[in-house]
Ligand binder design. Structure first.
Ligand code: ADP
Ligand code: MG
Length: 265
């Protein structure tokens, strides 16, 4: 096993910082066992503030997806703690975790993941339906208007462009007013102009709707929409930038990619 990195002793129990939407403490995630163990995350300590927009970047295999899955309660760390909205989630039962994901986390994926047989409005309402909550059509229509699709509620996803579909997915992710909206390469399937619209929309969700967004991306321009860019390399934090421009981000990525990888401990 890799030696534990030194870090300030965490609070032994209880709650995370009051301003935190998410907090990770000493999060490690390994896959497999014995000789073949892969240490995807080697000890992540990170606080993401409420109402912030964070981009997570790093070379391929650096642990970005694993980080997102652990932070979002889709995967359990091998050790360490994850606080979501002040609540420690790593030891919750599968059942409670599922309910928490449905009501307090929003997801946006590269491939939109809308249900083709439902209308746009029904897609936006789906998280409330799955959570067994009252379906608030007024709020769904309002969200559709905010993402510029007020007139498209009765259409099917197949009748919309890629960028429009991703905007529906963002409206859907926001309907439960989640503690955090996680986005995994949300512009990966979009052309440059459409990508900018979607990124501008995520930015507005943070600035005017009080959302907290965490986005994994490999695109320095996309990351420059964030307040803060957190870099991962080889399963560990590898520095961060605040309000950086795309060139600074690109330079940092080049430096990280050129860095020799540690061998698995
Ligand atoms: P990234 O998203 O930055 O490309 P990942 O989080 O997907 O990185 O992967 C980090 C490391 O963990 C990689 O070495 C990857 O091969 C490994 N890994 C990820 N998921 C699994 C899995 N389910 N089983 C085994 N190894 C995995
Ligand atoms: Mg990945």
């Amino acid at each position: 096993m890799a030696p534990r990195r030194s870090r300030p002793a965490p609070e032994p129990t209880g709650r995370s910082a009051a301003h935190a939407a998410i907090e990770l403490r000493g999060v490690r995630r390994s896959y497999g066992r014995g000789e073949e163990t892969v240490h995807a995350l080697r000890g992540i300590d990170l606080v993401l503030d409420r109402g912030s927009f964070t981009a997570v970047m790093g070379p391929s295999g650096s642990g970005k997806s694993t980080f997102l899955q652990c932070a979002a309660g889709l995967d359990r760390p091998t050790s360490g703690e994850v606080f979501l909205g002040g609540e420690e989630i790593t030891r919750l039962s599968e059942d409670r975790l599922t309910r928490l994901r449905r009501s307090r986390i929003g997801f946006v994926f590269q491939s939109f993941n809308l249900l083709p047989s439902l209308t746009v409005l029904q897609n936006v309402l789906l998280p409330q339906r799955l959570a067994g909550e009252r379906q608030d059509r007024g709020r769904a229509r309002e969200l559709l208007a905010q993402v510029g699709l007020g007139e498209h509620g009765r259409r099917r996803p197949g009748q919309l462009s890629g960028g429009q579909q991703q905007r529906v997915a963002i409206a859907r992710a926001l309907i439960t007013s989640p503690d955090v909206l996680f986005a995994d390469e949300p512009t990966g399937a979009l052309d440059t102009n459409t990508a900018h619209e979607v990124l501008g929309l995520l930015r507005r969700a943070v600035d005017t709707m009080g959302a907290t967004v965490v986005m994994v991306t490999h695109d320095p321009v996309a990351a420059s929409f964030a307040d803060r860019v957190v870099f991962l390399a080889d399963g560990l934090p590898a520095g961060e930038l605040y309000r950086p421009d795309p060139q600074t981000i690109a330079d940092r990525m080049v430096a990280l990619t050129a860095r020799p990888l540690r061998t698995a401990a």
